[in-house]
Structures are given as C-alpha cells and as structure tokens.
Design a protein around this ligand. Structure first.
Ligand code: NAD
Ligand code: AHE
Ligand code: ZN
Length: 369
C-alpha cells in the first residue's frame, strides 16, 4: 500500500514528505494507521547523525498513537480496530529481561530494531524500489507503519490519541523514572535538569510522589512558567550564577538533594546532577541521551561518599503491562497531558516542529495525518 511519510533521507537534512510503499505485516507483525505522533528530542538526535544506530534513509518517530489495520500470521493480542501505542521498548514477557523482574529492557526485538529492521531482518518500507529503514521499532512519521506485536500497547479506544500519543515516550519516561527508577518518596528533595517534556514529566511524577521540594533547572528561563505550574518549588538558571550549579544547589538544600534527574543529554550537566546529590544517600538518574564517544566524569570520591549514579530507559515502564493503566489515569483526569502540547501541526509541517524544538519554543508538537 501507499503511505504518506516524512522520510529522513540523509543525516542533518530536513525530512521530505513523500508517498512510500508499505508491505503487509508478516508473521508476528501488525500494520498500524498512525493518527498522531509527537516529536521527541531523540528524533532530532538521530536525525543529526550522531546516533550510532542511526541508519538512513529512515522513517523516524517513536511517540505515536494509532489504530490497527491488519495483523500478520500468529498475532493474537490485537485485532483490526484496536487503538494502540507503539513501543520502542518492547515487552515479550518471555525473555531473560522480561522474566527477571528487574528491568523493562526486553531483548526480543532490540537487536534488529537497532539496525532499522523488522525482527526477520528485512524492512517493510520502500521508496522508488529502494528500501527505507525503520526506527526504534515504531516509525511513527509514516501514516501507515508496521510494528512487531510485542511492541504494541493496546489502550482504551475512548482515549484521545492526539493526547495519549505522548505516553509513547516523553511523559511516561519522566514519570516512570521518578517512581520506578528513583523511587522518590514523600518529603524527598528533587532536582530536575532540563525542562523539556521529560523534565516536566519528572516534575509531575515528583508531585505525585509528594516530594517536599522540586528544584527545576534550565538555561532557558521561558521554561520556568510551565515548570512552576506543574509543581516546581524553585527555578534556577545556571546562567545567573558564576560558580558551578551543583554548588548552588548544595547550598540551597543544606548539603544536597535526595534525587536528581538529567533530562538534557549533556555529559557536563550529568556531572553537576550527580554532584548536587547529598553525601551518603543522594541518587542521580541519567535520562538524557548523549552521543557515542561522549563520556561522563566525576571524582570517584563522589561515589565513595555514598552518591549513586543510575540510568533510566522509558522510565523503567513495561509498556504492554503498564501503559493501558496510564491511559486510564488520563481518562480519569488524574494525569494531565494538555500542558505538554504546545503546538499541533499537519505532517506537511513536521520540519517546522523540529525548528520549534531547536529554538526552545515547544514542549511537544503533535503531528496529525
Ligand atoms: P528538549 O529539547 O525538549 O528539552 C531539553 C531542555 O534542556 C530544554 O528546555 C533546554 O533549554 C534545556 N537545556 C539544554 N542545555 C541545558 C543546560 N546546559 N543546562 C540546563 N538546561 C539545559 O528535550 P526532551 O524531548 O525533553 O528530551 C530530553 C532528553 O531526554 C534528550 O536527551 C532525549 O534524547 C532524552 N530522552 C531519553 C529517554 C530515555 O528513555 N532515557 C526518553 C526520552 C527522551
Ligand atoms: N540509539 C541510541 C539509543 C539512545 C537511547 O538511550 N535511547 C533510549 C530511549 S530515548 C527515547 O527518546 C533507550 O530506551 N535506550 C535503551 C535502548 O535499549 O535503546 C544510541 O545512542 O545508541
Ligand atoms: Zn523519545
């Protein structure tokens, strides 16, 4: 079939809106009509060319929602008409990782996913007879995409896909990192570095956990308005200080925070996030993605004296098990996604959405087909 898609033909170049060919789903695969997709900074990271797993030409996009059109052989958990959120972190329920009870990092399709291929090692997309690669197992920048069954969360069909598509990455990642990775408790002090969708979702999660103090840090002061509205108690701009930001936070908090979250992808900020943690127990969670070749540094004494460095992927959330419940929270008014949606644009204007992100003017731009 034909599908409108925004294709990344080359690293560092704008996407091109073209009509691609999409093959039917094979065994264990599902054809999904994407109705909405948002952009995440990770899409921009891969498009920039520094992602070691970035292959071109590709259909990017990993924060979407849609409707099942057709299922391949053996698919039993979804059927045509079901509403779904594609998952870049699959959940097969059977692999060593899924059965460990320790992680959400399912291994079932991860290897081929990282090469831009479906689990059988081939691609379902082509343009003028040339193969186009998949991305993160989701490729939501195509109106029709093929996704592995294990990479689909079936959600309430009454839920607004133009909003719950955000649960495909950013909001789930931030909220999940607070509850599943850090396990923030009532009264804890939290520092959040970077106030895009991920950092704002960390704030929302910290409020849910009844954190005592939530310190929001960004070099763009325009981000403080929403951070405060979502529950940040203090806002700090590193540009307002002529000493390391970790020193400022340590002074503000009588020795450091209980938890910090790096939501930027900047290895220098990752160091600040670790070093603003309290001696003896403070924990820092890296969420931001930094390119291959980048390395984190700190004096080992920081760890010897009790600080802990962790990382979090998709907020530690098991998508097929947990996303339906998060969608219900949205339906019940317990989780508000509206503040994140700063722009809504048709697919044809997706490059403007990337510009808005780079200019720091958007939190999430939702693209509709
Ligand atoms: P974003 O671009 O919308 O937000 C980043 C924010 O960081 C912006 O507000 C920017 O002003 C701020 N910032 C930039 N440099 C700064 C600095 N030196 N000090 C303080 N603030 C600074 O990005 P996003 O979509 O929210 O994504 C954030 C990061 O999280 C990206 O690296 C993305 O790839 C990553 N990410 C990781 C996961 C995961 O599962 N680990 C999931 C989603 C996104
Ligand atoms: N290909 C990238 C991977 C970067 C990365 O860490 N991705 C996050 C999700 S970012 C979503 O916006 C993740 O889940 N990582 C775990 C995984 O299995 O990929 C690179 O830099 O190599
Ligand atoms: Zn993302």
């Amino acid at each position: 079939m034909k599908s409108r898609a925004a294709v990344a033909f080359e690293a560092g170049k704008p996407l091109q809106i073209v009509e691609i060919d999409v093959e039917p789903p094979r065994k264990g695969e599902v054809l999904v009509k994407i109705t909405h997709t948002a952009l995440c900074h990770t899409d921009a990271y891969t498009l920039s060319g520094v992602d070691p797993e970035g292959v071109f030409p590709a259909v990017l996009g990993h924060e979407g929602g849609g409707i099942v059109v057709e299922v391949g052989e053996g698919v039993t958990s979804v059927k045509p008409g079901d509403h779904v959120i594609p998952l870049y972190t699959a959940e097969c329920g059977k692999c060593k990782f899924c059965t460990s009870g320790k992680t959400n990092l399912c291994s079932s399709v991860r290897e081929t996913q990282g090469k831009g291929l479906m689990p059988d090692g081939t691609t379902r997309f082509s343009y003028n007879g040339q193969p186009i690669y998949h991305y993160m197992g989701t490729s939501t920048f195509s109106e029709y995409t093929v996704v592995a069954e294990v990479s689909l969360a079936k959600v309430n069909p009454e839920a607004p896909l133009e909003k719950v598509c955000l649960l495909g990455c950013g909001v789930t990642t931030g909220i999940g990192a607070v509850h599943n990775t850090a396990k923030v408790k009532e009264g804890d002090t939290v520092a959040v570095f970077g106030l895009g969708a991920i950092g704002l979702a960390v704030i929302q999660g910290a409020v849910q956990a009844k954190a005592g103090r939530i310190i929001a840090i960004d070099t763009n002061p325009n981000k403080f308005i929403l951070a405060k509205a979502l529950g940040a108690t203090d806002c700090v701009n590193p540009k307002d200080h002529d000493r390391p930001i970790q020193d400022v936070i340590v002074e503000m908090t009588d020795g450091g925070v209980d938890f910090s979250f790096e939501c930027i992808g900047n290895v220098d900020v990752m160091r600040s996030a670790l070093e603003c943690c309290h001696k003896g127990w403070g924990e820092s969670v890296i969420i931001g993605v930094a390119a291959a070749g980048q390395e984190i540094r700190t004096r080992p004494f920081q760890l010897v004296t009790g600080r802990v460095w962790r990382g979090s992927a998709f907020g530690g959330v098991k998508g097929r098990t947990q996303l339906p419940g998060m969608v219900e929270q949205v339906m019940a008014g317990e989780l508000d996604l509206d503040p994140y949606i700063t722009h809504t644009l048709p697919l044809e204007r997706i490059n403007e959405a990337f510009d808005l992100m780079h200019e720091g003017k958007s939190i999430r731009a939702v693209i509709h087909y």
